[in-house]
Ligand binder design. Structure first.
Ligand code: SF4
Length: 346
């Protein structure tokens, strides 16, 4: 974060200008302040709630009011009484919170926190793709922009994609977007044919199948657990496949002691907290890098969360017609999740 020189603009105008330029408020917090205590104070004073995804840094998870995966976070966002929602996650998640709370202020610490999977499905290209299948309904993974959600009939998350697709009328022809690996997994589990958009997550497709196989040979007692966004060749080796929350619960409840974890590394913090007796091995990436760390998620920092709360920026805003059209398939997902008993506790 750099020190920015002021101009004749008002302070509020400067904040907007900086947010436009940098994507966040680039003001250094005062030296020596206790950021955690200040964030907690601002949350109380402003009736704000901090929602954090499992892929956030441990220090952010530890001060969040709720930590979860996409389903849990959207359920939480739908029921909050707070005036301000600070979303420590990526942009499509904050958009979902805004769509569900159009009158509330939704803040994201850094507007640059995007998602390679969501970006792999641009609205114009998807509209043209959808037009090729006029008799199909669109099932979209929550990792999409509000504009894609507005073109969808129902939204799913990795927690509920299988039971929701299973419950959709059998005579519906389906398009699934944007994650082709999750789509293939859902097709395998439900036996339903779907037309797939060709998108992937840059983090979940980086795991080396060979290195994972070698690890399994080195640790034959270890179970491989994987997120369904991983490639089919890795999923075929997995002992358990599930959403981030499902993977966490599996580690906590399994009698096994050692796990190879194929998903973003942030979840290991909660696994270590909730199951300190278990040994966790990160599934290795293809290259010698930290590629299984989501660079978008990690743009959020305590400093940016503090600034977001203090200056109430950057704010997530959306055109009313897009919010309206995107809300219907999200609410249908929430309703079906309730009907199917898939409400997450937190
Ligand atoms: S882990 Fe993948 S799907 Fe999740 S936010 Fe990062 S890029 Fe997007």
């Amino acid at each position: 974060m750099s020190t920015v020189s002021t101009s004749p603009l008002t302070f509020a105008e400067n904040i907007s200008k900086w947010v436009e330029e940098y994507g966040y408020v680039p003001i250094e917090p005062p030296l020596g302040i206790d950021l955690v205590a200040e964030i907690q104070r601002l949350k109380r004073e402003k009736n704000a709630v901090l929602l954090a995804h499992y892929y956030q840094e441990a220090e952010i998870q530890d001060i969040a009011d709720f930590i979860g995966d996409s389903l849990g976070l959207s359920q939480k966002a739908a029921e909050t009484n707070a005036d301000i929602i600070v979303f420590a996650g990526v942009h499509f998640m904050a958009e979902t919170a805004k769509i569900l709370n159009p009158t509330k202020k939704v803040l994201i610490p850094d507007l640059n926190a995007g998602c390679s999977l969501s970006d792999s499905c641009p609205p114009e290209a998807f509209a043209a793709f959808k037009a090729q299948y006029p008799d199909h309904k669109v099932v979209s993974y929550i990792n999409t922009s509000a504009r894609i959600k507005a073109m969808s009939d129902i939204i799913v998350t990795s927690s509920n994609a299988v039971p929701i697709v299973q419950a959709l009328p059998a005579d519906w022809k389906l398009i699934f977007a944007p994650d082709k690996n999750l789509g293939l997994y859902v097709m395998r589990k439900t036996g339903r044919d779907m037309v797939l958009w060709n998108g992937v997550c840059m983090v979940h497709t980086i795991f080396s199948h060979q290195k994972v196989r070698a690890l399994r040979q080195a640790y034959p007692d270890a179970e491989l657990i994987a997120h369904p966004e991983c490639e089919p060749a890795l999923l075929e080796q997995a002992d358990f496949i599930g959403s981030t929350t499902a993977l966490l619960n599996y580690v906590v409840n399994s009698p096994k002691k050692r796990f190879i974890v194929a998903t973003e590394t942030g979840i290991l913090h909660q696994m270590r907290k909730k199951a300190p007796d278990k040994e966790l091995i990160q599934a290795p990436a293809e290259y010698s890098c930290s590629c299984n760390t989501c660079p978008h998620m990690k743009l959020n920092t305590l400093e940016k969360i503090y600034n977001a709360l203090l200056y109430e920026a950057p704010e997530v805003t959306l055109p009313p017609d897009i919010m309206e059209a995107a809300r219907r398939p999200i609410e249908l997902m929430l309703q079906m999740s309730r009907d199917l008993g898939l409400v997450q506790k937190g």
